[in-house]
Design a protein. Structure first.
Length: 202
């Protein structure tokens, strides 16, 4: 049996469900909201490559390498992005949360906070992980700020870690939350989710 197993994770604002080709149309719409594939410092598929992107995720899932999710906005029922459990290390009970992207209209909302809360809660309380990692491009300041806001700590920077599609070298920032930190991180995330927020404009 592969670890972790596909699962549905439900919150008040978002629901994470196993990614399928049935989410393609919603995700194409999400990609066009902000033309996300044009961001040079991240790897987001263009609309014409989305079918192949999903297929590769499903193959990797079958091999036990990752677990992909579609992020559904409970206010509309539509997929507004994707996220994954990556770099699965069964023997060491370590996992990475990554490959996350959302349509522009829900960025900087409680969508990401609740999505990360659901994934972290499942990782620490059901999968009994000893650590959860996050990785992002050095120049992806929005992502780095979001990861740090979760309570993750910077482990280090992998310099010239990867070659990007545009030929540039990527320095990868590696963050983590360890099991002993989870109760405090959980309390902070629950406070962020439950505090009053101004209404979003769409």
């Amino acid at each position: 049996m592969t670890w972790p197993q596909p699962v549905e994770l439900q919150g008040s604002r978002v629901t994470l469900v196993p990614l399928t080709q049935g989410h393609k149309d919603d995700l194409v719409e999400a990609l066009h909201d902000g033309e996300l594939w044009k961001l040079w410092y991240t790897s987001i598929p263009s609309p014409d490559r989305l079918v192949d992107f999903i297929d590769k995720r499903l193959v990797a899932q079958a091999q036990g390498d990752l677990l992909p999710f579609a992020v559904l906005d409970n206010t509309t029922g539509k997929a507004v992005g994707t996220t994954n459990y990556l770099n699965v290390e069964v023997d060491h009970r370590r996992i990475e949360i990554g490959g996350t992207w959302y349509r522009k209209s829900v960025q900087r909302s409680e969508v990401n906070t609740q999505c990360k809360f659901l994934l972290l809660k499942h990782a620490f309380e059901t999968l009994h992980c000893i650590a959860v990692e996050f990785r992002t491009h050095f120049f992806n300041y929005q992502s780095r700020h979001g990861i740090e806001r979760l309570g993750a700590k910077l482990d280090g920077i992998l310099r010239s870690h990867q070659i990007a599609e545009n030929g540039t070298l990527r320095d990868t920032c590696v963050y983590s939350i360890i099991a002993t930190e989870w109760p405090t991180v959980k309390a902070n995330l629950m406070w962020q989710i439950e505090k009053p927020r101004p209404k979003e404009t769409r």
